[in-house]
Design a binder for this molecule. Structure first.
Ligand code: BGC
Length: 754
């Protein structure tokens, strides 16, 4: 047992002094052990899945930085007991008594047995509600800490500009401003605003640093060869905001290379920019096997030992999952190839997180509290609210929606995504869940008959969330679906309305991490015979509503053309079925908007909205505009925008002005409107996007209500990186636009003077 009277145990001393004292007492094995993790809890468990002191002797005797996913499949109480047992071993049986971090995934809620599963990240992005996102991530942190975990490998701040990429769903969207706001909210929800983290919060990690979201060909991990200006103005913005505004304490390096430099050995990225320019004080973690990939994938190192040297010298402080490459650090130090001072520098950063979390004072959690907190009714309610706010109404011709219960006798719910639970990637089994079919049945009550048919397959495998980590995914022989299609069409004929629940599933859009676990696609059409299913049912004359459950934009051209009502629900989380039913039956008015553009074809890619002016040539024989634009989404009510005005039409480049607009809910229902501020620099010394989001607000309007909505135009919103890569505001005229989407707005002109 370590001597508790030593200075590093003294909570009255400044953290820097405690760290220095601790490092001065550590031998090389103990130092290196604080730079990596053990693979999952299984490596330190016995055959009954309890903590095994014998295995701990093998893996933890020198201490450990962190343990991965402690108790994924365990109940909250069992997980809390497990993490307590690990901490007790480390505190009482190791020489220095340093408690562990426990890392978890929490992309959209904690990924563990019984934890609350919220809508997928792309759906949270569609809420355009940072306050809600902060509450969602605060719940993830609370559930995590209750189980004894304290380090989340989340949020994902990749700007997704390539929807073929299977990780599209993990991103909040394609826009740097929107993703920045969501990222800061998520970090504050997870960590709180304080450097010293209380026992309801945890350490957050922003990932994947950087530019992971526009891989060549949409293939996961492929190069992202964008210019420095593109990097700074787009991909880096959310990370900068998370560091500078959010105070995030951990950053994960990305797998990809930028301009031939893989991120895991990019010293400019991990040191010059992150630490010197942005002042990051936390630690950099590798991605899983990301250091080894400097050898196995990128071939910039001849072996993992060389990879370890490159990574630690570039600024990667720790290795997740297992000591794959960092196992060579002791040899590297002993042979003089890596200076011990570099190890100490990394150590200083990782140990700081343990002091900030208060682990030396209290490494334990309360198993009783874990049982009550994880998946509790209050958290479930928040999952429902988040689902309501994330769902987007894409089309509603003739006001087919909301459905009028009193006019319906028979509803048919058809489609491969209707009856299964779809949570998206990085999910586990929540305590409570509602499928779309269950949600509709509950809302329809006894007076409406609800029929169900699968309609067709998406994949051979049963369609549910478990597919995200199952390796094998196959498509069915189209002929096998003949009978299903015929049956579904016949059932649809008998109904007053057909609700078609289609899209993708967790096997067709996911992180492609291996050749036997793929997730990227070369086409964005609906898989299998889903398109045909919808069109055949449409031809019966029964009114059709399409509900999409999916992880990336889909090229649903025929459906968008013909079907009167379309809802994009993404993966709406554990309460998603109830939320969809609330929207179908009008208990809730939809207000989500797209945080990513829907292309018409993969031939249009890249198709992100904030493109440069020269992307102006049309395609031969095709429509150039995307299918659904960024920022778009309908409501059951209507809003009119009037009278855009500036507080002054001229300003000095260091001043600010306000821009206002009158918005009226012109319908008979209350509803949310997401009001968006865009700007365009009309003439600039380097080319600027044709339109850029600079602010937004989600506002509730009563029926008939008018509100004046105001935004402040600050120099920051008008600035860009000039030819010398200096952030400047150039005098001249700017279009100032306030609207309901990136293509529908009012415009005024602001003149800026030197
Ligand atoms: C992903 C990360 C994730 C890590 C550990 C990697 O494959 O890129 O986002 O945090 O696995 O689960």
């Amino acid at each position: 047992m370590a001597d508790k009277s030593l200075p590093y145990f003294n909570s009255g001393l400044p953290v820097t002094e405690r760290i220095a004292d601790l490092i001065s007492r550590m031998n090389l094995d103990e130092k290196i052990a604080q730079l990596y993790s053990v693979p999952w809890e299984v490596s330190i468990s016995d055959e009954n899945e309890n903590f095994s002191p014998a295995k701990a002797e093998q893996y933890l005797k020198h201490g450990i930085l962190h343990v991965g996913r402690p108790g994924l499949k365990k109940s909250p109480r069992e997980a809390a007991r497990f993490t307590n047992a690990v901490q007790k071993y480390l505190v009482e049986e190791t020489r220095l008594g340093i408690p562990a971090l426990f890392h978890e995934e929490a992309l959209h809620g904690l990924m563990a047995q019984g934890a609350t599963s919220f809508p997928q990240a792309i759906a949270l992005g569609s809420t355009w509600d940072p306050h809600l996102v902060r509450r969602v991530f605060a719940v993830a942190a609370r559930e995590m800490r209750a189980r004894g975990s304290n380090y989340a490998l989340t949020p994902d701040l990749d700007l997704v500009r390539e929807p073929r990429w299977g990780r599209t769903e993990e991103s909040f969207g394609e826009d740097p401003y929107l993703v920045s706001r969501m990222g800061v909210a998520a970090v504050l929800g997870l960590q709180s605003a304080s450097v010293n983290i209380d026992n309801e919060h945890i350490i957050a990690t922003v990932k994947h640093f950087t530019a992971h979201g526009q891989p060549q060909g949409g293939r996961n991990g492929a190069p992202v060869n964008v210019s420095m200006r593109e990097l700074r103005e787009n991909f880096l913005q959310p990370f900068r905001a998370a560091v500078v505004e959010g105070g995030v304490q951990s950053v994960m390096a990305s797998y990809n290379e930028i301009d031939s430099i893989p991120s895991h050995c990019n010293r400019w990225l991990l040191h010059d920019l992150l630490r010197t320019e942005w002042g990051f004080a936390g630690f950099v973690t590798s991605d899983g096997w990301g250091i080894g990939q400097l050898d196995t994938v990128h071939h910039v190192a001849a072996n993992k030992k060389e990879a370890a040297k490159l990574a630690i010298e570039a600024g990667v402080d720790s290795e997740i999952l297992c000591p794959d490459s960092f196992q060579f650090l002791p040899q590297l130090v002993k042979s003089g190839q890596v200076k011990e001072s570099i190890i100490d520098r990394a150590l200083e950063r990782v140990l700081r997180s343990k002091f900030n979390l208060g682990l030396f004072e209290n490494p334990y959690t309360d198993p009783d509290a874990a049982e009550h907190i994880v998946g509790c009714p209050e958290h479930r309610q928040l999952a429902l609210e988040a689902a309501h706010k994330s769902i987007i109404l894409l089309k509603n011709t003739g006001n087919l929606l909301p459905l009028h219960v009193d006019k319906l006798k028979k509803i048919v719910v058809i489609g491969p995504n209707a009856a299964g639970l779809h949570l998206g990637g990085y999910s586990y089994e929540p305590t409570h869940s509602v499928t779309v079919l269950e949600g509709i049945r509950q809302k329809a009550g006894n007076d409406i008959e609800v029929l169900y048919h699968e309609g067709c397959h998406i994949t051979k495998q049963p369609s549910d969330w478990r597919l995200w980590w199952q390796d094998e995914i196959g498509l069915v022989d189209p002929a096998e679906d003949d009978k299903l299609l015929d049956e579904a069409v016949e059932i649809a004929r008998q109904a007053d309305v057909a609700i078609l629940v289609i899209g993708g599933n967790e096997g067709t859009c996911r992180e492609g991490w291996d050749d036997n676990h793929l997730g990227d696609r070369d086409d964005l059409n609906l898989l299998g015979r889903q398109n045909e299913l919808v069109l055949r049912i449409f031809e019966t004359g029964t009114p059709v509503v399409v509900v999409l459950i999916n992880g990336r934009p889909l090229t649903i051209n025929d459906i968008a053309d013909k079907v009167p009502a379309i809802i994009e629900a993404w993966y709406p989380g554990q309460e998603g079925g109830a939320a969809i039913a609330d929207i179908l039956f009008g208990n809730v008015n939809p207000g989500g908007k797209l945080s990513i553009t829907f292309p018409r074809s993969v031939g249009q890619l890249p198709v992100y909205y904030n493109h440069k002016p020269s992307v102006n040539r049309h395609y031969l024989f095709a429509i150039t505009e995307p299918l659904f634009p960024f920022g778009y989404g309908l409501s059951y009510t209507t809003f009119s925008y009037n009278n855009i005005r500036l507080s002054a039409s001229n300003m000095h480049k260091n001043e600010s002005v306000t821009v206002s607009v009158d918005i009226t809910n012109t319908g008979t229902l209350a509803g949310d409107e997401i009001v968006q501020l865009y700007i365009r620099d009309r003439v600039s010394s380097v080319t600027r996007p044709v339109i850029e989001l600079k602010d937004f607000r989600r506002i509730y309007f009563k029926a008939g209500e008018t509100q004046i909505v105001q935004f402040t135009i600050t120099p920051d919103k008008l600035s860009f990186f000039d030819v010398h890569m200096q952030q400047v505001v150039e005098p001249g005229e700017f279009d100032i636009m306030i609207g309901t989407s990136s293509v529908n707005y009012l415009k005024t002109i602001l003149t800026v003077h030197a």
